[in-house]
Design a protein around this ligand. Structure first.
Ligand SMILES: Nc1ncnc2c1ncn2[C@@H]1O[C@H](COP(=O)(O)OP(=O)(O)OP(=O)(O)O)[C@@H](O)[C@H]1O
Ligand SMILES: [Mg+2]
Length: 314
């Protein structure tokens, strides 16, 4: 095991292979001015003058790991449509190898925001859970990719792409690969046996209930870690930083933020950094320290963003 910061792992990260699996989505932004109310209904008419498109969900995790220098493969389901092709192109240009299972009966998940004068007027979501046949094909592909990776990141956005997550964890473990999971929902039993689970405060609370002090929080976390047979449980706590629970230790890391601009996607950056660090041989406390640093950098940027290697020195 090697202690240290990002720079001490940089060379090994470049040689490490990370597999990201999960729900990908295309984050779309339409910007424009409102000059009138529609004659058709009492709603504003936005004249779109600029658009932006970014990889979201598991795709954002993948591009964050690639930005740190890891060799990243992203396995996911997309539709046979324009958003799917845009995602593929954006990922490739970000250095990620997309392995997409294309389901003609499934629209690629899109979150479209309509924004006028820095204000979001409307968000439109296109999402349908993927079908069983494509999920089985994805599982088979997963099995074939596993031997050639050093770490697996399962990014669960609750959109149905990780229906077989229990099998995925089991398979990775049986091949000796660490599995990191960013969870969603009320039932964490499907994550049993993962190496590390990274719920945020709200996700953790949803599963263990409320706590009234730090001791109670710690007791609940240790109990959950043990119950789910995890090597580690990392609760990310927004402005309170993050706390890592291991079998015989607790490591709390306060946030390192100078200025918070936009917290969206911070959780993606955290699990991506953990994945790259663990693939490079870092232990969980070291990986967590660097992930916390990365989170502190990314919340200072607008929109879902990535951390660049040189920013760890700033
Ligand atoms: N308001 C904040 N102030 C300081 N640091 C923050 C803030 N929000 C997030 N962070 C940093 O980012 C990390 C992850 O954030 P958080 O716990 O909110 O995850 P998350 O809810 O999964 O994020 P998201 O779902 O938006 O990607 C925190 O542990 C912390 O280091
Ligand atoms: Mg999150």
């Amino acid at each position: 095991m090697v202690m240290g910061g990002y720079d001490d792992f940089r060379v090994r990260i470049a040689a490490s292979r990370v597999l990201v699996v999960g729900d990908v989505m295309l984050d779309r932004y339409w910007f424009g001015d409102v000059e009138r109310i529609s004659p058709e209904a009492p709603v504003p008419v936005v004249h779109v003058s600029r658009t932006d498109e970014r990889p979201g969900g598991a795709a954002n995790v993948a591009r964050n790991a690639a930005s740190l220098g890891a060799q990243v493969t992203l396995l996911s389901v997309v539709g046979d449509d324009e958003p799917g092709r845009i995602l593929e192109r954006l990922l490739k240009s970000n250095g990620v190898r997309p392995v997409f299972q294309i389901d003609a009966g499934f629209p690629t998940i899109v979150k479209l925001r309509v924004i006028s004068r820095q204000q979001q007027l409307l968000r439109i979501d296109f999402e349908t859970p993927p079908g069983d046949a494509i999920l089985e094909a994805k599982m088979a592909k997963y099995e074939s990719l596993i031997p050639d990776v050093d770490v697996v990141i399962l990014s669960d956005y609750g959109k149905g792409g990780l229906t077989h997550i229990a099998r995925m964890i089991e398979l990775a473990k049986s091949r000796g690969k660490p599995v990191l999971v960013d969870p969603k929902g009320e039932d964490f039993s499907k994550y049993r046996g993962a190496t590390l689970l990274t719920p945020n405060r709200a996700e953790f609370r949803q599963v263990v209930g409320r706590w009234s002090n730090e001791a109670e929080f710690g007791a609940k976390a240790h109990a959950l870690r043990q119950q789910l047979d995890l090597a580690g449980l990392l609760v990310t706590r927004s402005e309170e930083g993050m706390t890592l629970f291991l079998e015989n230790a607790t490591h709390h890391t306060p946030t390192l933020v100078r200025e918070v601009f936009d917290v969206s996607g911070a959780g993606d950056t955290v699990i991506a950094t953990l994945g790259a660090m663990i693939a490079a041989g870092a232990d969980l406390p070291t990986a967590t320290r660097v992930a916390n640093q990365a989170a502190g950098i990314v919340v200072g940027k607008l929109g879902t963003a990535v951390v660049l290697p040189e920013e760890f020195r700033g």
